[in-house]
Every structure is written in structure tokens, then in C-alpha cells.
Design a binder for this molecule. Structure first.
Ligand code: 0X9
Ligand code: ZN
Length: 305
């Protein structure tokens, strides 16, 4: 299904965010929430409908892991789709009329840049330290959620290195600071990864079930069957610990324990044929089905809030 999508360099992504905020001044706000280890800016784009203030919001971050290129591609696709089809597509219209949507398209700009220039399979950020030759912390092991227990590594050379202490990394600090200060309004949290086609919810740091396990299970089950029916692709679903593996220090678990009771991690296409090297002609289908999942969950949750 050859469409003309492509992946975008870090510079392109910054340019897209600037241009979009200029083109849609009444529906967007570009917010600088911090900067990376190498001092690249961390921008959140706030999307809202043309209406008065609302007291509910959702958050979505992309690009925690550098090599998962479909993830930032989805955040950009989502922004473009939302702004283009507001008032045309009823689902995105409802979402933007009822919620402020905060999108961080690239949480790990340093790592992402490194995958474009030097090592396509890089995962972590690019933090260096005096006492090791190895570079990088796994940002999805650095959150303060059973930090650095089984499923993470204290070895700086590991791909799942948890960092020197919880929230040691500037990228994680920026996100936790923003979410802490917006805790009362943010009702849904989405973190976008690849690959393996899974819709996950907490916990990943323990096999224990969260209090609203059944509720979140029903939501991801419905999202998964929507994808199967409309796009003929299979997504597994369930708690992280049971569905993928035990892993501590993740953003979804941290957000959940902050009180964001609708917290999800999506693993987008594919199931391993191309893995992280998902070809550009599959971007559109990956984004369409991921959006179907996001929208199914958000529209369901909105009527409960
Ligand atoms: O291991 C991860 O961080 C994620 N998988 S990935 O292949 N994209 O690296 C899964 C994250 C699930 N949630 C938590 N572990 N908290
Ligand atoms: Zn990932």
C-alpha cells in the first residue's frame, strides 16, 4: 500500500512543530518543558478545539526509545490529522472539544539524532558519565516506579541501564515535572513505542493487578478488536508484566501511581518482520490503526469522566 509518507529528521520535527504552531495559532500552543542532556529542546504541542477552557486533558509521548522511528512519526501524524480534520471528523472533534491534548513528539532527541547519524539501533539517551566509557540511560527504566529492580540493569553499558538514581535524566525530569504540575487535569496517559503490536497498561514493575485492571483490560480489548476488524492486524493486550515482561522504572507505571488511572503503553507495528526498521510505506497503516486504538479508548473514557 505505497503512500508517500517518510520518516523525519530531528531538524524536520522541530521545523514541523514551529510551522504548525504558526499555522494554527488558535488551536495550538508550543510549550518548552525542558531540554535533553545535549541541550536539545523538549517541546510539547498543546492541541485544543475552538472552545472555552476545559478541565480535562490527555498526554501522549513518543520517541522515548531512539530507534523506534514509527513512534515520533505517529505523534506527528496525530497532530496533523487532528488539526486537518477538526470539525470534519466527528471523533477527533469530540476529543478536541472535550480535552486538551498534550503531545511530546520526541522525548529522546539526542538518541533519535544519533540513530540518524551514527547507529540506527541506538535505544537510550546520550548521557555520559565520568566513571564509565558507556553512554546512555534507558529513559523507560529511569522513572521512579520500583526503580532498578528486576527487568532493569545498573550496568551503564546495558541497553536497559536505569541511570544513577530515579529521574536522574533531564528528559525524564522534564516530563515528570510537567505531569506533576498538571496532575489534576491529565486523565489519560499514552506512551508510544515499537515494535510487537501490543496495547499495554500497568503494572509492568510487578505481577500485581492494579485496582481498575478489569476496566483497562476491557478498553484495550475493545481497541484491539477494532484494529483487527478494520485493519486486519493483531494486537495483543493486557498488563505489561503479563503481556510483555517485568520491567521497572517505566513512564506508564509512574503516571499510574501519580493518579492517572488511564495509563497505556502502545507497541506499534510490526510483529518482527522489519522490527524497528519499519519501511516508510507502512507508516500510514501503522498510524491509522494506532489512532483507532487511541480514539476507541479516549471516547470510552470521556463518557465516564
Ligand atoms: O521495555 C520497554 O520499555 C517497552 N518495550 S520496548 O520494546 N519499546 O522497549 C515496554 C514498556 C512497557 N511498560 C513498562 N515497562 N513500564
Ligand atoms: Zn520502546
Amino acid at each position: 500500500s505505497g503512500t508517500n509518507e517518510r520518516y523525519h529528521s530531528l531538524e524536520d520535527i522541530y521545523h514541523f512543530l514551529n510551522k504548525t504552531s504558526e499555522d494554527y495559532p488558535d488551536m495550538t500552543k508550543l510549550i518548552l518543558i525542558g531540554s535533553s542532556f545535549e541541550k536539545n529542546p523538549l517541546f510539547v504541542l498543546k492541541l485544543s478545539g475552538r472552545r472555552g477552557p476545559v478541565d480535562k486533558a490527555m498526554w501522549m509521548d513518543c520517541g522515548i526509545h531512539a530507534r523506534e522511528w514509527i513512534s515520533p512519526a505517529f505523534c506527528l501524524w496525530f497532530i496533523k490529522f487532528a488539526l486537518t480534520f477538526y470539525k470534519e471528523n466527528p471523533d477527533i472533534t469530540t476529543m478536541l472539544d472535550k480535552l486538551d491534548i498534550y503531545i511530546l513528539p520526541i522525548m529522546n532527541p539526542d538518541g533519535y539524532k544519533y540513530t540518524w547519524t551514527t547507529n540506527r539501533m541506538w535505544r537510550k539517551n546520550r548521557a555520559s558519565r565520568d566513571d564509565s566509557l558507556c553512554v546512555g540511560v534507558d529513559l523507560n527504566r529511569n522513572f521512579d516506579a520500583n526503580w532498578c529492580t528486576k527487568g532493569a540493569s545498573s550496568n551503564p553499558c546495558s541497553d536497559i541501564y536505569c541511570g544513577q538514581y530515579p529521574e536522574s535524566e533531564p528528559e525524564v525530569q522534564a516530563v515528570t515535572k510537567f505531569l506533576r504540575s498538571h496532575k489534576d487535569v491529565v486523565k489519560l496517559y499514552f506512551s508510544i513505542h515499537s515494535y510487537s503490536q501490543m496495547l499495554l497498561f500497568p503494572y509492568s514493575y510487578t505481577h500485581e493487578q492494579i485496582p481498575n485492571h478489569n476496566e483497562l483490560y476491557d478498553l484495550v480489548q475493545e481497541a484491539s478488536s477494532k484494529i483487527r476488524r478494520h485493519y486486519r492486524n493483531q494486537y495483543r493486550f493486557g498488563s505489561g508484566a503479563k503481556t510483555i515482561y517485568i520491567a521497572p522504572g517505566g513512564s506508564d507505571d509512574w503516571a499510574y501511581d501519580q493518579g492517572i488511572k488511564y495509563s497505556f503503553t502502545f507497541e506499534l507495528q510490526d510483529r518482527g518482520q522489519y522490527g524497528f526498521l519499519l519501511p516508510p510505506n507502512l507508516i500510514t497503516s501503522a498510524c491509522n490503526e494506532a489512532f483507532a486504538a487511541v480514539k476507541t479508548i479516549v471516547l470510552r473514557v470521556l463518557v465516564k469522566l
